[in-house]
Design a protein around this ligand. Structure first.
Ligand SMILES: Cc1cc2nc3c(=O)[nH]c(=O)nc-3n(C[C@H](O)[C@H](O)[C@H](O)COP(=O)(O)O)c2cc1C
Length: 159
């Protein structure tokens, strides 16, 4: 296989870019992820690939829950903040205000909408772990706002 072709082809997959919330012993946490898709209508389920051994991956494994915050188009800086470690301070994570949802995971005020999930399957797929989550709650903060895509940010994660 030509590694360059593989990279180019795989980068043709079209993604959103989301802020995934987790909860753990160190308190609420969040990271930016694009490897997320819906996989079932009924029951409503999504699949998320989380980097093996990352703080957030350990938290999802231990707690069995995660949230997904859908960011508005243009919110590149918001997403970028969550590529690295973030800290909680005065009701904010990485400087962005949040509350805790029914799962205890952070829900960001500035998100367009969100879902909260309970893990129903965990699959070791390589350097990431695939979590299938059942959607147990959802909310919309702003109707009719387009959500952030990976392509518009110019970032890549894949290949
Ligand atoms: C554009 C982009 C997309 C990313 N998508 C994912 C993802 O889908 N899943 C994931 O676990 N990490 C993803 N990451 C990495 C996380 O945002 C975060 O940096 C990482 O989970 C932290 O791992 P660490 O604890 O090893 O530093 C992405 C990073 C970038 C720059």
């Amino acid at each position: 296989m030509d590694p360059k072709a593989r990279k180019t082809a795989l980068r043709g997959i079209v993604y959103g870019l989301y802020v995934v919330g987790t909860t753990g012993e160190q308190g609420p946490n969040a990271f930016a992820a694009n490897w997320l898709t819906q996989v079932s209508f009924e029951p409503p389920r999504v699949a998320l690939a989380a980097k093996k051994g990352s703080r957030a991956e350990g938290e999802i494994a231990a707690s069995g829950v995660f949230s997904v915050n859908f960011l508005p188009t243009g919110a590149k800086e918001f997403a970028q903040t969550f590529f690295g470690p973030v800290h909680e301070e005065e009701g904010k994570l990485g400087g962005y205000p949040f509350r805790l949802g029914v799962t205890g995971c952070p829900i960001f005020e500035d998100a367009v909408s969100y879902i909260e999930c309970r893990v129903v399957e965990r699959l070791d797929v390589g350097d990431h772990v695939l979590y299938v989550g059942e959607v147990v709650d959802a909310g919309v903060h702003r109707e009719g706002v387009e959500t952030l895509t990976l392509r518009e940010t110019g970032f890549y994660y894949g290949g």
